[in-house]
Design a protein around this ligand. Structure first.
Ligand code: PMP
Length: 351
């Protein structure tokens, strides 16, 4: 069912609702022409002399076909980080509104709240990293505008049950953001198929993980055309450069190859998890729906430093809530995981 977008408009900051967005030369004329003298560009150095398409319709068209959504349900950002930051700028009045989120989770939700002067309310997962939908809803009040859930979650690696997430999207009186940065590695289905059911749902995805393109900085927000319309008003006019748009189109043609990369990473994740779990100092390797595993280890800090000495860098998450003595280990190639396992076996011999 498509519901009225009225509440969405009411949740938008008045200055954004009333904003007259910047109108670029490419906005004002985007048809065909043979002589372009409207944007103070150089006539030399094609194709980089021209400003890129501000709304990236070519990329959105291909992405829409691939993900089964409509182009007007897509925002492209400089990483998902831009998509996160803009949500605060669209929906949260500094010093007045608040955001609710699970903890532990991806750090940028809080950093963007802090930058924007927005109160950030953290609701801990249970000790076994389960979502507490009741507690999240109880933490919200009439000034809560955003609710962040990362699924599969970073750094815990687990995806949350669809029924629990659906309760949040249905019952939260504001925007629910489901960050699916790691969805390609998960056995759970994406929420993209439910966009038309929930006008308050924003699904984040990224080219940085399964798509092997962290260096180009390209993230996606999928949402109702109303929310995407607000994104388009607030973003920098030409946020996605011409080289990145070209790169994205080329990358979208390589979907089969990306699927093979994912298959390899998943195989490596199970092989490595089993080997890691067999080591004496490893108490627990948490089940993962992502391209990393979280493991609880005797004196994680000491092992972390020892690995750095061997030239191997993992992420020490020991200081993060519920993650005491936990290391987060990204799944690399079979060879990289073998190097790590050899080092771990040596560490246990010298222990
Ligand atoms: N969401 C999650 C859950 C992440 O873990 C990360 C990066 N580690 C991002 C978003 C950021 O993605 P991007 O590179 O697209 O900014």
């Amino acid at each position: 069912m498509i519901q009225s977008s009225e509440p969405i408009d009411r949740w938008v900051r008045p200055n954004i609702r009333q904003l007259r967005p910047y109108s670029s030369a490419r906005n004002e004329f985007s048809g065909e022409a043979s002589v372009w003298l409207d944007a103070n560009e150089s006539p030399f150095n094609e194709p980089y002399n021209r400003y890129p398409d501000p709304l990236q319709w070519g990329v959105k068209q291909r992405l829409a076909e691939q993900r089964g959504v409509r182009p007007e349900q897509i925002f492209l950002g400089v990483g998902s980080d831009e998509a996160i930051d803009l949500l605060y700028r669209i929906f949260c009045e500094p010093g007045r509104h608040n955001a609710v989120a699970i903890t532990p989770t991806y750090g940028m939700y809080r950093v963007c709240a802090d930058i924007n002067g927005v109160e950030y309310r953290e609701v801990p997962l249970s000790n076994d990293f389960a979502l507490r939908a009741d507690a999240l809803l109880a933490a919200a009040d009439a000034d809560s505008r955003l609710l962040f859930v990362c699924s599969p979650n970073n750094p815990t690696g687990n995806a949350f049950p669809a029924a629990e997430l659906e309760r949040l999207v249905a019952d939260f009186e504001g925007i629910v953001v489901i960050d699916e940065a790691y969805i390609d590695f998960s056995s759970q289905p994406s929420w993209l198929g439910r966009l038309d059911d929930f006008p308050n749902l924003v699904v984040l995805q990224t080219f940085s993980k399964a798509w092997g393109s962290a260096g180009v900085r390209l993230g996606m927000a999928f949402a109702s055309p109303t929310i995407i319309g607000y994104y388009n008003r607030v973003k920098y006019p030409y946020n996605i450069s011409e080289p990145v748009q070209r790169y994205a189109l080329a990358m979208l043609d390589r979907a089969d190859e990306v699927r093979r990369w994912v298959t390899d990473i998943l195989a490596e994740r199970s092989r490595f998890s089993a080997q890691l779990g067999a080591l004496p100092s490893v108490h627990r390797v948490y089940p993962s729906d992502a391209n990393f595993v979280l493991a609880r280890i005797d004196d994680a800090e000491r092992l972390y430093r020892w690995l750095v000495g061997e030239g191997i860098v993992v992420r020490n998450r020991s200081s993060v809530m519920l993650c005491g003595d936990c290391l987060r280990i990204t799944i690399g190639t079979a060879r990289e995981m073998d190097i790590l396992m050899e080092a771990l076996r040596r560490y246990h011999k010298t222990d």
